[in-house]
Design a protein around this ligand. Structure first.
Ligand SMILES: Nc1ncnc2c1ncn2[C@@H]1O[C@H](COP(=O)(O)OP(=O)(O)OP(=O)(O)O)[C@@H](O)[C@H]1O
Length: 312
């Protein structure tokens, strides 16, 4: 079996009295995108920075391409791409010159001009880093991380604050890296990003893994029945009509009442559950518009596993 591109075992990181990472373990494959999801302060950046060799662990172990990120740093440097959350490029450096310089450190780099074009940065090539927009700075950092054709690349919130076009260009690049056999490790707060890009999702909270799997595995077997109405319904009466009790929640959006009906049964609601909801609506004279079975999303799973309270 292939050795994993990244292996994190029982990782611990403390900052004074704060334990940011508490026995965290996961692995990441080559040719796959592994997404680390977690609320603010969950320990994602600390974990990534230890993997990058920028921070020392207080316990556990990390192997990047089978090597130790601190003691084998020199050997790993040309094989590992790093896009930090911010910075990494001198403020006065012109975008294209800097990327060409980065490319010159590698034996078989991607053509820097091609990469600039791909990320929509060609016209900003002569602009010093500090004068680039936030989104352009981010894309240049991404270009620097991948120009050397790394075997593994760490992207810390690569699309935070990007407009939809720039986000799409970033997603395309991540998909191309994956197809080329690169192990992509990314942190993100965008559930859609994880759902679309990730082969493996690791949800982290309070410094350890709360659940992990493919997006399909994580959302499997979880479905709700949803519909909307012009006027409010008697939610309690609908709940009472459900075979297993179930749960009816509602929100008001755009002046409409949107209902979500979930089952408490272990298995996903089947055709009869949908029929029960439809039959109750008919008997109550409720026109259930947009009635559908909705697969639960990664965002639902994220909120279920990490809770709804706000973090510092
Ligand atoms: N250099 C530091 N000194 C002290 N505490 C730190 C330091 N870096 C991080 N922490 C603390 O460690 C915890 C984990 O932070 P970390 O940045 O790893 O989380 P995160 O999951 O990346 O969060 P975010 O999504 O907000 O980027 C937080 O409580 C944070 O305040």
């Amino acid at each position: 079996m292939d050795t994993p591109a990244l292996e994190v075992v029982d990782l611990v990181k403390r900052y004074g009295a704060t334990t940011a990472v508490t026995g965290l373990s996961f692995t990441a494959r080559r040719g796959a995108v592994t997404a680390l999801l977690g609320p603010n302060g969950a320990g994602k950046t600390s974990t990534i920075e230890i993997c990058e060799g920028f921070r020392h662990a207080d316990g556990g172990s990390v192997r990047v391409l089978g090597r130790d990120p601190v003691t084998d740093a020199a050997e790993l440097k040309p094989r590992v791409g790093v896009m930090p959350q911010s910075g990494g490029v001198p403020t006065g450096a012109r975008a294209a010159e800097w990327l060409r310089l980065m490319a010159s450190f590698h034996a078989h780099p991607i053509d820097p001009d091609l990469l600039l074009e791909r990320l929509g940065l060609t016209s900003a090539g002569r602009t010093p880093f500090r004068r680039l927009s936030g989104g352009q700075q981010q894309r240049l950092s991404l270009a620097c991380a991948v120009v050397g054709r790394p075997e593994i690349v760490f992207l810390d919130e690569p699309t935070a604050g990007l407009d939809p076009q720039a986000r799409m260009a970033t997603w395309d690049l991540v998909s191309a890296l994956r197809a080329a056999g690169v192990a992509v490790i990314l942190t993100t707060h965008h559930m859609e990003e994880a759902e679309r890009l990730a082969d493996h999702v690791v949800i982290i909270d309070h410094g350890s893994v709360v659940t992990e799997g493919t997006p399909a595995e994580l959302t499997r077997g979880r479905r709700d029945v949803c519909f909307s109405t012009e006027t409010p319904i008697d939610s309690e009466a609908l709940r009472a009509a459900l075979p297993d009790g179930g749960e009816v929640t509602s929100i008001v959006a755009g002046g409409r009442h949107e209902y979500t009906v979930a089952t408490h049964a272990a298995e996903a609601p089947g055709p009869e559950f949908l029929a029960t909801v439809a039959a109750w609506c008919a008997s109550a004279g409720v026109l259930a518009e947009d009635l559908r079975v909705r697969r639960r999303t990664l965002e639902d799973v994220f909120l279920e596993t990490t809770g709804r309270e706000l973090r510092d």
